[in-house]
Design a binder for this molecule. Structure first.
Ligand code: FDA
Length: 385
């Protein structure tokens, strides 16, 4: 084999390590991915009927306060000035999110000042004590009171988990932010935007180096192909960004995930909902959100004005054959993860990273930041950097 490093997975984690090894160390890297495209879950494509860029695995908004990551990502793409805002459709009325003074005043038909709104929510939240809340419902009420919980959280959470919130552990939510201002910007980070020419252009730029070879449609566990686990581990260093339980053939049990199903539709209108993401918290709708992709790029004048593409999002527990999206993180999962961490420590020259390899929800900037750290502390020293 003429590669100095094999990377399993061409998502942001894998490509960041590949780019650094290829460019900074001038060593040869082969990246394999079982999908037929580069980029992992951040992959986007132009919808064939409308030309509108669609994020195939759910909406991806880039944001970071990490200056090292911001400097690094700007080597491969420029960013638009897009700022994310989300709205929610409850009983035929649209409210701004995250819950803020605008949401509260609209919901209660009032003109509360920040102090008045704070006092109201505090009194409504007295029904339960956060410290002793027995389930998700009690905890949510102890944080924001029953009226807001029942309108915006209860049925949305039930749809996300396919479980009544009274049956979900309190730990599923750590906090429920309420803003006592009219600020409804979704992210608070220093930098925010979308890649000007799209995610796939950015991801391809990262892989565009003579020392990087990307092989698509190749599964690490398929022993009939030359870069399988059996033929690489022990022969060449491996960065593995697939699922950690799969690597060990589920020896310590399966880690549980939630997955999403997406239903894409082209509609004969130039604008379906006037914004990029609308939540649907009520039980009467099976989906949790609708994404309308044209609104991510209002600057793109080439988009048609008589068609739009939307994607309805549905949430459920993942089976082994589904795409794993969000770690469920039950107590049993945490115990299994500990056991897998013990096993990973015994795998010489195999580095486990990314969201699947560490069983952690990572935003893109976190995946890139942790890949830069792994490169600097582990991969580069091993390869003589
Ligand atoms: P990623 O999953 O992208 O890549 C792993 C790759 O490994 C995949 O391409 C997979 O095919 C491959 N692979 C796995 N097993 C393999 C095997 N056996 N053989 C070969 N290849 C294998 N972040 C953010 O900053 N803003 C946002 O708005 C969002 N939105 C968002 C929505 C949804 C629905 C999800 C699930 C996630 C987000 N994210 C996000 C998070 C973002 O997707 C995440 O940070 C990156 O995908 C992390 O990149 P990784 O490389 O770790 O994994």
């Amino acid at each position: 084999m003429d590669a100095d490093l094999v990377i399993v997975g061409s998502g942001f984690f894998g490509l960041t390590v590949a780019e650094r090894v290829a460019r900074e160390l001038d060593r040869k890297v082969v990246v394999i991915d079982r999908r037929d495209h580069i980029g992992g879950n951040a992959y986007s494509e132009d919808d064939p009927e409308t030309g509108i860029e669609v994020h195939r695995y759910g909406a991806h908004l880039f944001h970071t306060s990490n200056e090292t990551v911001w400097e690094y990502v700007n080597r491969f793409t420029t960013f638009t000035g897009y700022q994310h805002r989300v709205y929610t459709h409850h009983k035929g009325v649209v409210y701004p999110l995250p819950i803020n003074l605008g949401t509260i005043n609209q919901f209660f038909g009032a003109a509360y000042s920040p102090d008045e709104a704070r006092a109201l929510i505090a009194s409504q939240a007295e029904e339960f004590d956060t410290a002793t809340a027995a389930n998700l419902e009690e905890k949510a009420i102890s944080l924001i009171g029953r009226p807001l919980y029942e309108a915006f959280i209860r049925d949305y959470t039930a749809k996300q988990w396919q479980t009544d919130p009274t049956e979900l552990p309190a730990e599923v939510i750590a906090r429920l932010p309420v803003r006592y201002t009219y600020d409804n910007r979704y992210f608070n980070d220093t930098h925010e935007g979308l890649p000007t020419k799209g995610y796939t252009h950015w991801l391809e730029n990262m892989a565009d180096h003579p020392n990087i070879e990307v092989r698509l449609g190749v599964d690490f566990f398929d022993e009939s192909q030359p870069l399988s686990k059996a033929s690489t581990v022990g022969q060449v260093p491996v960065v593995y960004t697939g699922a950690v339980d799969r690597y060990f053939d589920y020896a310590e049990g399966e880690l549980s995930w939630r997955t999403l199903d997406f239903e894409r539709e082209v509609l004969p209108t130039g604008d379906f909902q006037g914004t990029s993401v609308m939540n649907y918290p009520d039980a009467q709708f099976d989906y949790t959100r609708i994404h309308e992709f044209r609104h991510f790029h209002p600057e793109r004048t080439e988009y048609p004005d008589d068609k739009t593409v939307i994607m309805r999002e549905f949430s459920r527990f993942a089976e082994r054959t589904d795409e794993p999206y969000y770690p469920v993180n039950t107590d049993a999962d945490r115990e299994r993860l500990q056991a897998y961490r013990g096993l990973t420590a015994g795998e010489k020259d195999v580095f486990f990273g990314g969201r699947l390899g560490t069983y952690k929800y990572l935003d893109m900037h976190m995946a890139i930041g942790s890949a830069l750290t792994m490169y600097r502390n582990e991969v580069s020293p091993l390869l003589g950097g």
